[in-house]
Write a protein that binds this ligand. Structure first.
Ligand code: BGC
Ligand code: ZN
Length: 367
């Protein structure tokens, strides 16, 4: 069968022959990927800056954002049946007995660093005709989400973030947590898929939401932001300090651009009891100057919390599937509008190596 794969040593990306998977255990599931999304991580892997083939192999099959359909199941599989839609989770636990998070199926908090990630690190991805894995790594999806289910994986980033924000907010008295009684203001940095899905989660949670972006295009982003009731603050026209004046007390920042200079500039303006979430992974650039005294003073005097979040656990996938269904009911045109291109498998190497346009590009492998 065909697969899109990279060879970091040869610096090649190609559609190649890849062995068909087999049911290796009674709890294994074979599925055929229908849609596979492309994100910044995939583009970095395609430029050989990131990504590791499985041990002993020289090619890595790309793709980690996937909606698939179950083809065949092992004798003991209980959660899915042939024909069902599923989303495979990305990260696989490390093998070490002493890694408590991995042993508790929370490999997103792996402490040894020996986890693998499908399509990214040490395990093949989903840009291929069939995949196999244990049933515990597949999330069942309702048939109604056939068109947009590929957005579940990027949405899990926002879900895991907001779960942690809620955990942090338990430090406040109960009466100060309810958003209806205490309207809170969130700033999303970036209007790519991770930023927009984050803005949708924040709107659903009841935050007054501002999206600060340099690249938002009126025609593409305008209807999406208006549709969900978020306000665009164009970075070409407003400095970060203007942004802070517009917003007032910034309760939450959801960073989704991976640019440290912007992130730390905004951190300077985080408000009272504010929480700052980093989701982006910046490339290595020259060091920047930051006013660390100001940042530290504010962290202390304003009870601020800044944290980073990577990958997501199974529960965040469940929350993402639930919220995507909610988005599709509330804002059907908006959700469909996030997927701005669909290409066949053969076009994936070009798609992965040319400048991105639109919002989410998807490789449609089967229908
Ligand atoms: C993926 C995560 C992964 C991260 C780092 C992201 O693009 O969505 O699942 O943990 O890259 O490899
Ligand atoms: Zn990704």
């Amino acid at each position: 069968m065909k697969a899109v794969a990279v060879n970091p040593t040869l610096r090649e990306i190609a559609v190649r022959e890849h062995p068909e998977p087999r049911l290796e255990s009674a709890t294994a599931v074979i599925a055929r990927p229908l849609d596979v999304g492309v994100c910044g991580t995939d583009r970095e892997i395609a430029s050989f800056a990131y990504g590791t083939p499985p041990a002993g192999e020289s090619w890595l099959v790309n793709g980690h954002e996937c909606l698939a359909q179950v083809v065949k199941v092992g004798a003991d599989v209980k959660t899915v049946r042939p024909g069902d839609l599923v989303v495979p989770i990305v990260r696989r636990p490390c093998p070490h007995a002493e890694c408590a998070p991995c042993r508790a199926a929370r490999q997103d908090f792996c402490v040894t660093g020996d986890f693998t990630e499908r399509g990214i690190r040490g395990a093949h991805g989903f840009m291929t005709e069939q995949i196999v894995d244990d049933e515990r790594f597949f999330l069942p999806m309702p048939a109604a989400l056939r068109d947009v289910g590929v957005l579940v994986e990027p949405l899990t980033i926002a879900e895991k973030a907001i779960e942690q924000v809620r955990a942090i907010e338990t430090r406040l008295p109960e009466s100060a947590r309810h958003l209806a009684a205490n309207p809170k203001r969130a700033v999303v940095l970036g209007a790519g898929p991770v930023g927009l899905l984050g803005a949708m989660v924040l709107r659903l949670a009841g935050y007054t939401t501002y999206v600060y972006s340099r690249s938002a295009q009126d025609a593409v982003h305008g209807p999406i932001l208006t549709g969900i009731g978020a306000t665009l603050v164009p970075a070409e026209q407003q400095s970060v300090s203007d942004l802070a004046d517009t917003v007032g007390n910034i309760d939450l920042v959801y960073e989704a651009v991976g640019a440290s200079s912007l992130a730390f500039e905004v951190l300077k303006f985080l408000g009272m009891n504010g929480v700052f979430v980093f989701t982006g992974v910046p490339g290595r650039k020259a060091a920047i100057k930051i006013d660390t005294d100001r940042v530290m003073r504010h962290l202390v005097l304003k009870n601020q919390v800044a944290f980073g979040t990577v990958n997501a656990g199974y529960a965040s996938y469940e929350h993402a599937a639930r919220d995507l269904g909610e988005f599709a009911t509330r804002w059907p045109a908006v959700v469909r509008g996030l997927i701005t291109s669909r290409s066949p498998l053969e076009a994936a190497p070009t798609l992965l190596t040319t400048k991105p346009s639109g919002i989410k590009s998807v490789v449609s492998i089967a229908s």
